[in-house]
Design a protein around this ligand. Structure first.
Ligand code: UDP
Length: 322
């Protein structure tokens, strides 16, 4: 059985929907930001807290877990700057508790959701996994701390792990059942689409004086189902012994500015946005674009859905829940 911690969240629920096709799955989630109805009904659901040893013992004592996939984290750059305690507690301390219980139950396969925020302000246009990791916000710092813990556990306790550094996850499942639903929403694509559905007055662009061609921040957007499939390839590489300790970027390898994303949303929806310029948001690097060559070479995975498809799937989802 595969344990998915945080399987009720946005990325976790999309992973579970794919994973249940070929595996038995148990989801542990405290529903602090996730939604129980997002969990595929073919998975077993246990409500519990990652930082609570008793909750973890209940799961590991009840199910024959052979691998853990860990999605349960706080992931907002801006929030991490104003509330770092929350990030170090939930993202680092709780993960340590999870790893401790895993070692106790001799569960040694681990897939960890990390982030492009570990790179800080990269000095290259296309970021590869050996680019320096110098986070500029507590969110990125918290993920990098766990990456370092994993390396030490691999060395000392024979933990086998794959770290997946996500760039910007977006889009919704083709099933029409799940999509991106944060409350409050802070992410660019859902905010634009909510605005285009009349649910928001306007879109604020956080800074147009960055050193990029149009002055707005550039990100590498990746479809959440592509992300899910990368996790499944990574899991297989651990279970078949191909990987022991690996770190991969997950992105499309293409950068789009905030303005370009807004333009694409207008194109996909056929609607016109009301855009206003606003101050920069704390903790935002100007440009984050992945090289995803390493994961392609190692696991044969590459993103299949481009920005237009990402936005089209998100648009279908947002219209369906309107
Ligand atoms: N952004 C923006 N307006 C918004 C939300 C986001 O201009 O209402 C910008 C944000 O500053 C960043 C990019 O869009 O440059 C992507 O932000 P998001 O929060 O979606 O993802 P992040 O890169 O923080 O993971």
């Amino acid at each position: 059985m595969i344990l998915v911690v945080g399987g009720a969240g946005y990325i976790g629920s999309h992973l579970v929907e794919e994973l249940v096709k070929t595996n038995e799955v148990v989801v542990l989630d405290n529903l602090s930001t996730g939604h129980q109805r997002a969990i595929d009904t073919r998975a077993v659901f246990v409500k519990g807290d990652l930082g609570n040893e008793a909750d973890l013992e209940a799961v590991f004592g009840s199910y024959p877990i052979k691998a853990v996939m860990h999605f349960a984290a706080n992931s907002l750059v801006g929030e991490s700057v104003v509330d770092p305690l929350k990030y170090y507690e939930n993202n680092v301390a709780s993960t340590l508790t999870l790893l401790k219980v895993m070692m106790k139950y001799d569960v040694k396969n681990f897939i960890f959701s990390s982030t492009a925020a570990t790179y800080g302000i990269p000095d290259v246009d296309i970021i590869s996994e050996d680019s320096p990791t110098v986070p500029i916000n507590p969110y990125g710092q918290s993920k990098l701390m766990v990456e370092n813990i994993l390396a030490d556990f691999a060395h000392a306790y024979d933990l086998r792990y794959v770290v997946l550094r996500y760039f910007n996850a977006a889009g919704a499942s083709a099933s029409g059942r799940i999509g991106e639903m944060h409350d409050p929403e802070t992410h660019l694509i859902p905010i634009i689409l909510q605005h285009l559905l009349g649910q928001r007055e306007q879109i604020s662009v956080f800074g147009d004086d960055y050193e990029t061609p149009d002055g707005t921040c550039i990100r590498d957007y990746i479809h959440v189902t592509d992300l899910a499939n990368a996790h499944i390839a990574a899991l297989e590489s651990l279970l078949n012994g191909q990987n022991k300790a690996a770190t991969y970027n997950l992105g499309n390898g293409l950068g789009y500015s905030v303005k370009e994303v807004i333009d694409m949303c207008e194109k996909v929806t056929g609607r016109k946005a009301n855009v206003v310029m606003a101050d920069r948001r704390a903790g935002d690097p100007a440009r984050l674009v992945a090289s995803a060559d390493k994961v392609h070479e190692a696991l044969g995975w590459k993103a299949e859905r481009d920005l237009e498809k990402i936005i089209a799937s998100a648009w279908a989802w947002h219209q369906s829940i309107e």
